[in-house]
Design a protein around this ligand. Structure first.
Ligand code: IDP
Ligand code: MG
Length: 140
């Protein structure tokens, strides 16, 4: 067993569509533990830090405008191979191509407005959770 922590964020479109409960339910049903959870509105600065890897790409400005457009729900999930398990559960980036049964496949029809973010590696997860959470935000 390889217990990992990963960073997940329900984007403004997911919050607006009323999907917070549905998404958290899927992660809990899967057996992942929530070890930190926060609803917040991202500042431009935090959004740019979170998505720093995409700076300079054609979609960067639109992405920053989108993720700062309303509240998000950020969380850290823990479980066996959590990074890859969560990436599989959210599905591919483009909601139009994401298979049914994945979060994006079930709820998104757009490449930008795709409901949810999840870290794609352990290193990214550690970096991203530090952008949003302080040590005291963790329950364990
Ligand atoms: P990921 O969220 O599946 O890891 P990334 O390639 O890391 O996908 O892109 C980060 C986010 O940027 C995506 O979730 C999506 O919101 C947005 N994005 C990615 N590619 C495009 C694009 O080609 N057009 C518009 N938005 C995009
Ligand atoms: Mg990514």
């Amino acid at each position: 067993m390889v217990v990992q922590r990963t960073f997940v964020m329900i984007k403004p479109d997911g919050v607006k569509k009323g999907l917070i409960g549905e998404i958290i339910r899927r992660f809990e049903n899967k057996g992942l533990a929530i070890v930190a959870l926060k609803m917040l509105k991202l500042s431009r600065e935090k959004a740019e830090e979170l998505y720093a890897i995409h700076k300079g790409k054609h979609f960067f400005e639109d992405l920053i405008n989108f993720v700062t457009s309303g509240p998000v729900v950020a969380m850290v999930l823990e479980g066996d191979e959590a990074v890859n398990v969560v990436r599989t559960m959210i599905g591919p980036t483009d909601g139009r191509k994401a298979p049914p049964g994945t979060i994006r496949g079930d709820f998104a029809l757009s490449v930008q407005e795709n409901i949810i973010h999840a870290a794609d590696s352990i290193e990214a997860a550690i970096r991203e959770m530090k952008v949003i959470f302080k040590d005291e935000d963790f329950v364990c």
